[in-house]
Design a protein around this ligand. Structure first.
Ligand code: HEC
Length: 106
């Protein structure tokens, strides 16, 4: 194998390790900045604003049954007392932050 091929393989390998971690990081950063104050550090809605607004914890069956697409929809268009985020976050940011939120599901 020549060096160039090896190098290309190495870069691909590095990229496949770094990219998903990066998506998780941006989701986590958005969550901490925009969602944590209501939904809590682990999605349990135990933060003060979340308690005051009676936000449902992610362990609630009504929340658990939602698909990823339904959650993206709720965040983008708003739900109940939650404002719509479609003008504040990009579609990609909403997708990442919902993916992060869903890591609390288990
Ligand atoms: C001001 C408080 C507040 C903030 C900030 C907030 N939410 Fe909500 N969120 C709510 C309320 C209230 C609901 C309505 C349903 C409920 O009570 O859980 C809701 C509903 C949801 C739902 C539907 C499932 C559910 O829990 O009922 C998702 C998913 C969600 N929010 C994600 C997010 C994400 C992601 C962010 C950050 C971009 C965010 N929320 C920011 C208060 C908030």
């Amino acid at each position: 194998m020549n060096t160039q091929v090896k190098l290309a393989g190495l870069i691909l390998l590095a990229a496949s390790v770094i990219v998903p971690a990066f998506a998780q990081d941006t989701g986590a950063a958005t969550y901490k900045a925009k969602c944590l104050m209501c939904h809590g550090a682990k999605g349990l809605a135990d933060a003060p604003a979340g308690k005051a607004m009676k936000v449902k914890p992610i362990s609630d069956p009504d929340v658990k049954k939602l698909s990823e697409a339904q959650m993206v929809d709720a965040v983008s268009k708003g739900m109940g007392k939650m404002q719509p985020y479609k003008d504040k976050l990009t579609d990609a940011q909403i997708k990442d932050v919902v993916a992060y939120f869903r890591t609390f599901l288990n």
